[in-house]
Write a protein that binds this ligand. Structure first.
Ligand code: GDP
Ligand code: MG
Length: 177
């Protein structure tokens, strides 16, 4: 039983990965608390936040893990990935390098996580369209090739953040049912 006395049918662990400063913590803040901060500090210590959603009349608690400023290559530990059934693989649409690093993150994710993990490629900061350095087509093509879901988001404007998590959680729900 949760604090409110409501029944939780499922708990799904979802991890956020991607280079530093792409907006992982703000995506999580938007989803978990509907908050956003433009001067967010680098995350310290591994942390997760939860939010409970109803999917097909069942209550699903999403436990979303955020990296602790360990975004250097191979610095994220296997404990972080353990038990994860979903992942948001995030890059910044205004920073080409963060997209170029996605294959590494994907490889690391696939080597540590469950083979059935549901992965969403997320291009964040669409509110900065005038600074765009990664086309939607390039990312979409990569996602298709690698069998990933794909969405572009803005944590600042709250665009597609909800949809990104809902898509991943619904897909996980479908797989376990
Ligand atoms: P993390 O290192 O991946 O966790 O990135 P943060 O969530 O800490 O965000 C890094 C910086 O980008 C912060 O200054 C955020 O305010 C900013 N940021 C995050 N998401 C967005 C967004 O959607 N649009 C804009 N313009 N800035 C964002
Ligand atoms: Mg962070």
């Amino acid at each position: 039983m949760a604090a409110g006395g409501e029944k939780i049918d499922y708990v799904f662990k979802v991890v956020l990965i991607g280079d530093s400063a792409v907006g992982k913590s703000q995506i999580l803040a938007r989803f978990a608390r509907n908050e956003f901060s433009l001067d967010s500090k680098a995350t310290i210590g591994v942390e997760f936040q939860t939010r409970t959603l109803v999917i097909q009349h069942k209550s699903v608690k999403a436990q979303i893990w955020d990296t602790a400023g360990q975004e250097r290559y191979r610095a994220v530990t296997s404990a972080y990935y353990r038990g994860a059934v979903g992942a948001l693989l995030v890059y910044d649409i205004t920073k080409r390098q963060t997209f170029d690093h996605i294959p590494r993150w994907l490889e690391e994710l696939r080597s540590h996580a469950d083979k059935n993990i549901v992965i969403m490629l997320v291009g964040n900061k669409t509110d900065l369209e005038d600074q765009r350095a990664v086309t939607t087509e390039d990312a979409s093509e990569f996602a298709q090739k690698e069998n990933l879901f794909f969405l572009e988001t803005s944590a600042l404007e709250a665009t597609n953040v909800e949809t990104a998590f809902e898509t991943v959680l619904t897909e996980i729900f479908t797989i376990v049912n």
